[in-house]
Design a protein around this ligand. Structure first.
Ligand code: PLP
Length: 397
């Protein structure tokens, strides 16, 4: 039996490899930062989500160390049994205050937060409407729900209204309708229009939810996210976020009304059935929020770097799509070509991963670059020079 399974895996991998869809992760030997060591090579890092460069911030590291020494390495239980420490409660209060909402609830990751929130808050007779480029964890949450589902064209709010109208009309949905969107779309770096989303939701009595994974720490006042940036606080119901990007630790959270949090505490399966975050993790997250509130220079550096690098790539003649955030894609087309470009960049000293199907459409394979506050101008200028050299070499520019 095992033998057959192994054979099947090998065949599937061969098939993926023949389409340039099989990639083993590169192994890093250093902390996230502007320059890292990968497989013994020093390269400029352009593929990391730690936007503000906080993974090695002394206050964050000290907070993690302090918690580790006081509370040990793990909680030993799920949250509802004996896995809730004062650290978890304090962290949730900090997240809620930072996001400007009534309450927050920690999850083990952004992935489980989406799966938990989407699948728990909708039941049979409800309906979920989702942007076609939403994150996989939103899609999986919707698949676990007993609600019916529909997908609107990317950021096409006319299409969203049509689907809402159809749901309340022809489909006869009497229950709740959840409209879900990423705040910043992770593969393109474009931003959802939350005003248009809220307008449509209000017209058809639907509940708006945003996944602010790539927006928290990046957009809005002090990095408070898209709801803050687009001034829709009093029109917005639900936010989900991650603690693995600008806050570069691990974990996820729900942010919204207290009564919704309480319902999730009673029902959300990842909360109920999977162990809570280790104390050092939670303390580090709280410290990151402290740093974000007291050291605005990181956010300023991030955006200075973003403008410099995006302009640089554009003026070299690359197709950088519609990004307005620190994520800048370099759209290549064919997967094999993107893979070749990524490898050539790496050989020349830049780590920028290729992104392929199923993360993006097969003919929209790309290199995705992400700058951070940790990059110095010299790092980015050197990276641009390498993009130029490699792009010319491969006939891309
Ligand atoms: C990264 C990401 C997630 C997953 O977050 P993790 O904490 O890494 O599980 C969810 N949603 C979006 C939009 C993301 O970009």
């Amino acid at each position: 039996m095992g033998h057959k399974l192994n054979q099947w895996c090998a065949q599937e991998i061969d098939s993926l490899r023949s389409r340039s869809l099989f990639h083993m992760p590169r192994v890093h030997e250093t902390a996230p930062g502007a320059r890292v060591s990968i497989g013994g090579r020093k390269v400029i890092q352009l593929s990391n989500n730690s936007y503000l460069g906080l993974a090695t911030h002394p206050k964050v590291v000290a907070a993690a160390r302090g918690a580790l020494e006081k509370y040990g390495v793990g909680t030993g239980a799920v949250r509802p049994i004996s896995g809730t420490m004062d650290l978890h409660v304090q962290c949730e209060e900090r997240i809620a205050r930072f996001k400007g909402v009534e309450s927050a609830l920690l999850f083990q990751s952004g992935f489980t937060a989406n799966v938990g929130v989407v699948s728990t808050l909708t039941v049979e007779g409800d309906h979920i409407i989702s942007d076609e480029l939403n994150h996989a964890s939103i899609i999986d949450g919707a698949r676990l729900s007993k609600a019916t589902r529909a997908v609107y064209k990317h950021k096409d709010y006319g299409n969203l209204r049509e689907l809402l109208k159809e749901a309340r009309g022809a489909k006869g949905i009497k229950g709740k309708i959840l409209v879900v969107t990423d705040g910043v779309f992770s593969m393109d770096g474009d931003v959802a229009d939350l005003k248009a989303t809220a307008d449509a939701c209000e017209e058809f009595d639907a509940v708006p939810m945003v996944d602010d994974a790539h927006a928290t720490g990046v957009l809005g006042k002090g990095g408070r996210g898209t709801v803050d940036e687009q001034h829709v606080h009093d029109r917005w119901a639900l936010t989900v976020g991650t603690l693995s990007k600008a806050i570069p630790v691990v974990g996820g959270y729900f942010a919204g009304p207290k009564v919704v949090k309480e319902y999730l505490i009673a029902k959300a399966r990842p909360f109920l059935f999977s162990c809570s975050a280790p104390p050092a993790v939670v303390a580090a997250v709280t410290a990151c929020i402290d740093v974000m509130e007291t050291e605005p220079q990181h956010l300023k550096n991030l955006w200075d770097n973003t403008r410099f690098f995006k302009e640089g790539l554009k003026s070299l003649g690359f197709n950088t799509g519609d990004s307005v955030t620190p994520i800048t894609p370099v759209i290549i087309g064919q997967g094999a070509k993107a893979a070749k470009f990524s490898q050539t960049l790496f050989d020349n000293g830049v780590f920028a991963t290729g992104i392929y199907f199923p993360m993006v459409a097969e003919e929209k394979s790309r290199i995705r670059t992400i700058v951070s506050a940790a990059h110095k101008r010299e790092d980015l200028q050197e990276a641009l020079d390498i993009f130029k050299k490699c792009g010319k070499e491969l006939g891309l520019i």
